[in-house]
Design a protein around this ligand. Structure first.
Ligand code: ATP
Length: 325
């Protein structure tokens, strides 16, 4: 039997482009350091069902460019129950796992943290979510690809919006966070960007639409699904109510935002963070999230990453407002 140290690796919660690049980095950095890696399928579900694969250098070849996650992912309701977490711990111990590396969002980190608290199994988190809502890292894996996907789609919508002088309300992902909406909205030159973090003044938006209408211009309104005024349906309703004859269309980009080949930025970020997790393991640093701040890999105490909310960038908000006149 191998005397090597061994880590368990899962991708958990919503999938995000770049998770595969991160799996590859974890496995390769581990192997160079003679650490074995056991990949569990479907997040915590795989741990509970002993559904795993021993990963080696070749099993992660040709995946850096692929979206989704070869380990698959899941939201595991059983993991909320203590008895199942005990089962997870027993399975991991049986498999000689020394630590669990979790690529996911704050929910996945919370689950793993509770496992540590209850059973002492060390864990390390890597931020993999398109939402970019985790405190302690400038960017999360998948965010850059997601906003590029939005930009590509909205550029196409803009062509037809302009030709017909239409208003398009485009709903993007973000139930609690407006990071996708804000950055992509600036990049496409949206006439308005509605995010959950700030109050939406619908009158202000309607006036702006009225001006566009008077000049026969088109307009793009980017709406986070969790905006305080309501989702894109509500916004369309309000515009139609005010301007009866205006041609207003709704596009909900939906899950397209989760898919696709990861951008170069995401691949590189994922590679740094994956390798950073193995460095942390070698230094016996656990209960942390590996993040990237000002181009440096950092260790963020899990408490902070989970409890603190990443604030929306005020400068970006101001920029968006100033340029969307
Ligand atoms: P995303 O940001 O993409 O939604 P996430 O990791 O935050 O990713 P969640 O659905 O919140 O996604 O959590 C993923 C899984 O983590 C849950 O399905 C559950 O198995 C586990 N989990 C989350 N919160 C807890 C908790 N409080 N106790 C135990 N397990 C949890």
């Amino acid at each position: 039997m191998s005397q090597n140290k061994k880590i368990g690796l899962i991708t958990s919660g919503g999938d995000s482009p770049g998770m595969n690049a991160c799996v590859r980095a974890v496995v390769r950095a581990a192997k160079i350091n003679e650490i074995d890696v056991c990949g569990y399928y479907r997040g915590f579900d795989g741990v509970l069902d002993n559904d795993f694969i021993d990963l080696d250098v070749t099993s992660v070849a040709q995946i850096i460019q692929r979206g989704g996650t070869i380990l698959k992912t899941a939201r595991c309701s059983r993991f909320f129950e203590k008895e199942y977490r005990t089962l997870a711990f027993e399975n991991l111990k049986q498999n000689n796992i020394d630590a669990l590396v979790v690529i996911g969002g704050d929910g996945s980190f919370t689950g793993a943290k509770i496992l540590t608290q209850e059973h002492g199994l060390p864990m390390i988190g890597i931020p993999g979510t398109i939402d970019n809502d985790l405190f302690g890292t400038d960017f999360t894996i998948g965010y850059d690809t997601a906003i590029n996907t939005v930009v590509e789609a909205v550029d196409k919508i803009r062509d037809t919006a302009m030709s017909h002088g239409r208003v398009f309300v485009v709903e993007v992902m973000g139930r609690d966070a407006g990071f996708i909406a804000l950055r992509s909205g600036i990049a496409v030159g949206a006439e308005a960007i509605l995010v959950p973090e700030t109050k939406t003044y619908i009158e202000h938006l309607l006036e702006r639409i009225g001006k566009r209408r008077a000049s026969k211009g088109s307009a793009i309104v980017i709406v986070s699904e969790g905006d305080d005024f309501g989702n894109a349906d509500k916004v369309v309703e309000a515009i139609k109510e005010r301007y009866e004859n205006l041609d207003v269309k709704l596009t909900r980009l939906g899950h397209i935002q989760r898919g696709g080949n990861p951008s170069a930025m995401d691949r590189v970020l994922a590679s740094f963070l994956g390798a950073g997790a193995i460095d942390a393991f070698l230094e016996n640093k656990f209960g942390i999230m590996i993040g990237m701040q000002n181009k440096k890999v950092v260790h963020v105490p899990l408490e902070k990453a989970i409890k603190h909310h990443q604030d929306i960038d005020e400068n970006l908000l101001k920029l968006a407002e100033m340029l969307s006149i």
